[in-house]
Write a protein that binds this ligand. Sequence first.
Ligand code: ARG
Length: 474
Amino acid sequence: MSDQEKNKGAPGSGGRGARFAGAMDEAAARLNASIDFDRRLLRDDVRGSQAHARMLAAVGLLSQDDAKRIVAGLDQVAGEFERGERQMDAALEDVHMNVESRLIEIVGDAGRRLHTARSRNDQVATDMRLYALSAAASIVVGIDKTRVALVRRAREHAGTLLPGYTHLQRAQAVTLGHHLLAYAEMLGRDRGRFLDAARRASECPLGSGALAATSLPIDREKTSADLGFAGPTHNSMDAVSDRDFCAELAFACALLGVHLSRFGEELVLWSTSEFGFVRLPDGYCSGSSLMPQKRNPDVAELLRAKPGRLIGDVVALLTVGKGLALAYNKDLQESQEPFYDAIETTHLVLNVLPRLIAGLEFQPERMKEAASDPALGATDLAEHLVRDGVPFRRAHEIVGKLVRHAERLGVSLRDVPDHDLQQIAPELQSATLQALSASRSVAGRAILGGPAPAEVMRELHRLAAELQGRGYEV
Ligand code: ARG
């Protein structure tokens, strides 16, 4: 048996060639192999190799015939693996070796020329960037669909009153439309973060070789353009050895997740009997195996919980990258799992949101009742005094006293007796107190970015126009 034959079949022995006398130790090979997770790169690996083959033919390093055979052979390889007609072999270590070795079985010597002027180091760096770019693009679509759902519900509830909270204490009345659009804003910034990270990831490492490029006359511009990158990378050592784009995207996922966890938490709170602001659709609740009456908001709880792992993924990615001497180190392989986890978790979460949001059964009566607490008008009273020329700090004090007094009497702000009002706050008329109402309060805050229904509608139009501009029906 030749050395090569001996090596074949040992798990994780991909790329050893004739250099070694013996096969890799089995436990070591299992540690070394990445096939269990890098199989996700199959499509991108094939695309990258096809572009590389076309380029090799264009510069004369490969015959046009061989290039055609390779391109068609690679399509066949991808199809076989995808349809499950063929299993990836752990003995071949990774997706790159699995694809190449099957290609060689199919097209013979032409396949042996594919790896000309290429290393698995620039290959995997390219594959992961391609993967990152399509992941970012589909996450952006998921974000937009979620924003469409938010905007629609906000339009429906532009005038629905509810208390706004700080410290989870009732603060001032707002509108549900305004509340929902707060999330549309967060998600709008998240969207920008994905696009921004994608822009930086859009450089093609092919041609960087193992670390020091190649002496062969390849055309890096061509492969880069063929694969849809903005351009080739500018330093071969950097290109093969940085996974900053993974960390950036994982961070964008984590922050998106943090935003969505706030939404999840509000759904959990709002669906309690204590709040009663929303009823979650049946399809998003689970029952209890013991208590027959339960409707548990599991999905909302998982929206709240998933960022835990997303944040973990970012930490893992940063930790793997720190302290790595240039250029490629096998540590970089350890970037793959947290990166995929971040992308896949984000997809999982985004996939559930548009229909969940569309199906939320808001309870405007409960919200309105909670917002009718006259104490929520305290700030309006202070602003009323400011309009009459009272300095704000003084106005704050006057209204504060009044609130304390009402509390002591056990009455609402509206029902403080006239005589007491004259004593505590002669600047205020009882008619002003009588006139306190959540709807008037909200309507008065029609300033840019405020909760008044008119302003919510204006913001809605802006967001709807943005989304319609990208072809969404809002
Ligand atoms: N699975 C490897 C990774 O993710 C591919 C590159 C292997 N390169 C090497 N020099 N062993 O980094």
